[in-house]
Design a binder for this molecule. Structure first.
Ligand code: SF4
Length: 247
């Protein structure tokens, strides 16, 4: 893993999903095989494999402090093209410092992560007027997670963290996206821990070789996603959990 400290020029960027995105890191130690964010390599000149490099924007908080005063208030996605709570955040605390600034200036925030490290920052999360935290959970099966998301926290840790956050009044959601094999048991496990669930199919081809290697090609077909849509819809309705399919 090559970790480089860099001075960024900007950190509050426009986003197509929310108004803005803040990415304190370039690259992600979680190294998910399907990750779409690897497109960032084209713009940052990295030749390393995805998950083998992280640039740390050590001036992220100072930049953000200046940028929030210049730009119109809008919802900020933390992060979009990296996990804001990847392991390096433990050492650098850049996400934490950026959140403190956004909270002070009363900007609404949506955090998306796979890591219970977010619990370190409960005091700042509690200080927001408008905050939502989402966890990406792509399967209910640990063996599947290990194939596609080798460096990520366990499914159980993520679900437990969602429950903890919701129990202290933080709005939570789960993203079953991109959906991997065996998602159905997630419905019962998420019950009471999330306000809503978003679900999407696999829309990228980065992990095609892994599907092949593990004989899972059936799980990337239209028929698979249609069947899962039916199963999951019925289960979410039965359990009265708000949900939305994005396909
Ligand atoms: S955690 Fe998110 S940003 Fe990081 S590698 Fe996985 S999908 Fe990509």
């Amino acid at each position: 893993m090559i970790v480089k400290e860099i001075l960024a020029k900007t950190v509050l960027s426009k986003s197509k999903v929310f108004d803005y995105a803040v990415n304190p890191y370039v690259g992600c130690e979680h190294r998910c095989a399907y990750c779409y964010a690897r497109f960032i390599k084209r713009f940052t000149g990295h030749n390393e494999e995805w998950g083998e490099f992280v640039d740390v924007k050590i001036n992220a908080a100072e930049l953000l402090e200046r940028e929030v005063k210049r730009k119109r208030v809008g919802r900020v996605w933390v992060s979009g093209v990296c996990d804001p709570y990847q392991p390096l955040e433990k050492r650098y605390e850049l996400t934490k410092r950026c959140l403190e600034i956004l909270s002070t200036h009363r900007w609404p925030v949506t955090i998306q992560t796979k890591s219970p490290l977010i619990l370190r920052d409960l005091p700042v999360l509690r200080s927001f007027d408008d905050i939502e935290v989402g966890f990406t959970i792509t399967t209910a099966e640990e063996s599947v997670r290990r194939i596609f998301e080798p460096n990520t926290p366990s499914i159980e840790d993520r679900i437990r963290t969602l429950g903890r956050l919701r129990s202290i009044g933080v709005k939570t959601f789960a993203m079953i996206a991109p959906m991997l094999p065996k998602p159905e048991p997630l419905v019962l496990r998420l019950k009471g821990k999330v306000d809503r669930v978003l679900i999407d199919r696999m829309n990228y081809h980065y992990a095609d070789s892994l599907y092949k290697l593990h004989n899972l090609q059936h799980a990337s077909t239209d028929a698979f996603f249609a069947e899962k849509k039916k199963n999951l819809s019925n289960a979410f309705i039965r359990e009265k959990i708000p949900f939305q399919f994005l396909y």
